[in-house]
Every structure is written in C-alpha cells, then in structure tokens.
Design a protein around this ligand. Structure first.
Ligand code: NAD
Length: 268
C-alpha cells in the first residue's frame, strides 16, 4: 500500500515553512493579536503587524526580528477605509502578496441594552464588522492572484451566546460569524478559506480594562476549566487555521473557550 497516496502521510509534514507566506494581522500589536503575530512569525511567515498603535506594533516587529522572525509594523485604523487601503497598498509594495489575513482588531463597548447609545453601537459595528469586511476584500483580491489564502476572523463566544451588556459587541461578533460564512462560500473556488475563532475570556489588556469583579466571578462559575485562557492558546488554533493542514476547513466557528459554549449546569 502506498501510505502517502492513501493518507497524505509523509515523513516531513508540509507546513507553512514550505513557502514564504505573508500574513497581515489587524490589532496585531497587543493582547491576542500580538500572540498571533509572534506565533505566525515563529512558523516562518512574514508578518505585517497592522495596528492603530504604530509604536507598539514597531516594538513587537523589532522583537520578532530579534528572535530571527520576519515582521514589519504597518499603521492601520480599521475604522477608516482610507487607512485600510493605505496599509494593504504598503503590504503589496513590500511583498507583492498577502496570503493570510487575521482580522483581530476589535473593541468592547459594554452597556446594558437600554443604555447602549447609537454612538457606541455604530463605533463597535464599524471596527468589529465593517473593518473585517473591508480588510477581507483587500486581502482576497491579493490572494486570488495566487489561488491560495487563509482568512481568520477573531470573533467571540459573545457572538454565539448573549451576555449581559453585550448588545453592541455580541451583535457585532454574531455578524462577524455571518460575514465569515459569506466569505467562505464566495471565496472557496479561489482556494481561500475563511474561518472564525471564538475566544472565551482571555487575559489581555482589553479584559483587564473591561471585566468587572462580577464578570470574572461569573466566568469562574460558567467556564468548565475555571480559568481565563491565554493569548497563546488563541494563537495556536488561529495558526492551525492559517496552515496548509487546514485546507478543507472553511466557514467554521472554532471556540477556544475552556468549554464555555459546551456547558449547561456545572453543579449537581
Ligand atoms: P486588546 O484591546 O488587548 O488589543 C486590541 C488591539 O487592537 C490593540 O493592539 C489595539 O491597539 C488594536 N486596535 C484597537 N482598535 C483598532 C483599530 N481601530 N484599528 C486597528 N487596530 C486597533 O484586545 P484583545 O483582548 O487582544 O482582543 C483581540 C480580539 O479578540 C478582539 O476582536 C476581541 O473582540 C476578541 N476577543 C477577545 C476576548 C478576550 O477575552 N480578550 C474574548 C473574545 C474575543
């Protein structure tokens, strides 16, 4: 039996090292985005760390380069279509390609349903939904040229389950799941996959700023693993979805949530 022909098994697993891939990570300078930038770079991928905070993005890019990886910092405000265009133009000028897009930049905007202002609602949709849509269009145009691409949108368990105070945020992340499926079916023919990673509570600057003591206690009771996840744990599943190995996975929502979405009652 020809093992390789029947199983795809080879002594040297094909990884992203096989080709000089280029990735753009939005909100790539801090928190989950920084872990994703570092993880993709560690796999031999050239990473454009795209962030509104250029200083921190530049520091991270230097740190990645210091460890032998390849990274550049790119200024990008995902709330500004012109800024998105300029960032992709710069990636195209530098690399002439973009194989991987991780749309990670996102904001929270916590407010109860009746108190959620139009201003907060619109800003959250602009950054969490419109930004990934426009970034996806720019990236897909570059990916189509080479017939290969990976798009990963960083959603949230709040896009699957309602949570108190998550009117703007949860609705935006639910829309991001819809957008991911739309991208997946329209880009499948071009060799491009689109998937959504839905983190549960992760210890980052965002949750340190927005999670109250009550929210932390609530997650301690409702997450079966009884802890917050780490940015590295989200980066690991994201890297898989960006890899050659995930070639038949598209339109999916993958939770990295310590079992939160699987859970019902946890005490008897
Ligand atoms: P964070 O606030 O710690 O980092 C966000 C990064 O995005 C920062 O580098 C920031 O400068 C950048 N950013 C913010 N607005 C931007 C804009 N307009 N344009 C470009 N960059 C911008 O956030 P995080 O906790 O690492 O979250 C990252 C993503 O993961 C978000 O989409 C968030 O909704 C999602 N998420 C986080 C958690 C969590 O518990 N931390 C859970 C579920 C989903």
């Amino acid at each position: 039996m020809n093992l390789a022909a029947h199983t795809g098994y080879t002594d040297t697993p094909s990884t992203n090292r096989a080709e000089a891939r280029v990735a753009l990570v939005t909100g790539g300078a801090n928190g989950i985005g920084a872990a994703i930038s570092a993880r993709l770079a560690a796999e031999g991928i050239s990473v454009a760390v795209a962030d509104i905070d250029l200083g921190t993005a530049a520091r991270l890019a230097r740190e990645i380069e210091g460890r032998g990886g390849k990274a550049v910092a790119v200024q990008m405000d995902v709330a500004d279509p012109g800024s998105i265009t300029r960032a992709f133009d710069s990636v195209e000028r530098t690399y002439d390609r973009c194989d991987i897009l991780v749309s990670n930049a996102g904001i929270a905007g916590v407010a109860s349903f009746v108190d959620c202002s139009l201003e907060v609602w619109e800003r959250v949709q602009k950054i969490n939904v419109t930004g990934p849509m426009l970034c996806g269009q720019h990236a897909a145009r570059l990916m189509v040229r080479r017939g290969w691409g990976r798009i990963v949108n960083i959603g949230s368990v709040s896009g699957v389950r309602a949570g108190f105070g998550r009117t703007a945020y949860g609705t935006s992340k639910a829309a991001l799941i819809g957008l991911t499926r739309q991208m997946a079916i329209e880009l499948a023919d071009a060799g491009i996959t689109a998937n959504c990673v839905a983190p549960g509570p992760i210890d980052t600057p965002l949750t340190r700023a927005h999670h109250s003591a009550e929210t932390r206690e609530s997650y301690r009771r409702t997450v079966p693993m009884r802890r917050y996840g780490t940015p590295a744990e989200v980066a690991a599943i994201t890297a898989f979805l960006c890899s050659e190995q995930a070639s038949y996975v598209t339109g999916q929502v993958m939770a990295a949530d310590g079992g939160f979405l699987a859970a019902g009652i946890l005490e008897v």
